[in-house]
Ligand binder design. Structure first.
Ligand code: AMP
Length: 279
């Protein structure tokens, strides 16, 4: 499999494909790949002539240096996994390749959607995401880009940055893959002990609990009951928000057509996020 570490070598490989007007699907990741990532890559493989998967642990989106240090890195295993599902170009750049010295970036106005939930608890996180995605989009210049709804708010931010920077890229948001237990797949799950994996199930159980209450109660009432339900578990809740899926504004008295519940919580030292679209 082709692993490219410089933008120049990747561009050389992509040039003939672009000249031939082939579609390029792009799946940005931070590695430690699991079935959730592979679902994105498989979809890209069916929809695009060629697929680029980037593996880059982006330092600018971590507001906690310990989290960055502990983030799992396993490039060879990732490449082997990708090899087993099809032909893709892997882009595994250094920090200097993604952020060259002459790289100018001024924070992008995200119309407030970067201030709530993840944005509130991880200051600077979304500007880091915007910066890396902008640079990766500029390097790869894909026709299609695939993102997971597991990072629901991130998808909203990427939609907005694509529009604001006028990238001619079609974004495809893909559903969350879960373990059979309901736990959302995440690279961070590698850091959970067996008993923490069980404790973490309270997140999905709470999301489902909220779904069952939706028909008979207001978002405000549901949130109160859900917080109580969640507190019976062992996790430390950071936030539980019921929002309109487009504006990300918290819902209070009435449901919106597209209501989503988002949760972030610590399971031991590991921060987990999950969400559910309420139907
Ligand atoms: P990450 O490596 O965590 O930055 O994730 C790379 C991409 O994979 C992002 O678009 C994520 O939303 C997506 N992703 C991560 N976990 C899952 C999952 N369980 N199901 C679907 N997509 C996922």
């Amino acid at each position: 499999m082709n692993v490219f570490t410089t933008r120049k070598s990747l561009n050389e490989a992509l040039a003939p494909l672009k000249e031939a007007k082939k579609s390029v699907g792009f799946v940005p990741t931070m590695g430690a790949l699991h079935e959730g990532h592979l679902a994105l890559v498989k979809r890209a493989l069916t929809e695009s002539d060629c697929v680029v998967v980037s593996i880059f642990v982006n330092p600018t989106q971590f507001n906690n240096m310990q989290d960055l240090d502990k983030y799992p890195r396993m490039l060879q295993a990732d490449v082997d996994l990708l090899n087993s599902i099809g032909e893709v170009l892997v882009f595994a750049p250094t920090v200097e390749e993604v952020y060259p010295e002459n790289d100018a970036y001024s924070p992008l106005d995200l119309d407030g959607i970067d201030q709530v939930m993840e944005g509130e608890f991880r200051p600077g996180h979304f500007q880091g995401v915007v910066h890396v995605v902008r640079n990766l989009f500029q390097i790869v210049q894909p026709t299609h880009a695939y993102f997971g709804l597991k990072d629901f708010q991130q998808v909203a931010v990427i939609r907005l940055l694509t529009k604001k920077y006028n990238f001619p890229i079609q974004l495809i948001a893909c559903p969350t893959l879960r373990e059979t237990s309901g736990l959302a797949m995440s690279s961070r799950n590698l850091r959970l002990t067996e008993s923490e994996r069980k404790d973490a199930l309270i997140i999905f159980q709470t999301l489902k609990f909220i779904q069952t209450l939706k028909a008979s109660k207001s978002p405000k009432e549901v949130k109160e009951l859900a917080m109580e339900y969640f507190s019976a578990g062992k996790l430390r809740l950071e936030y539980l928000e019921i929002v309109d899926g487009s504006s990300l504004k918290a819902l209070d008295a009435a449901w919106s057509e597209y209501s989503v519940v988002c949760i972030a919580a610590y399971c031991g030292a590991v921060r987990l996020i999950d969400n559910l679209e309420l139907v």
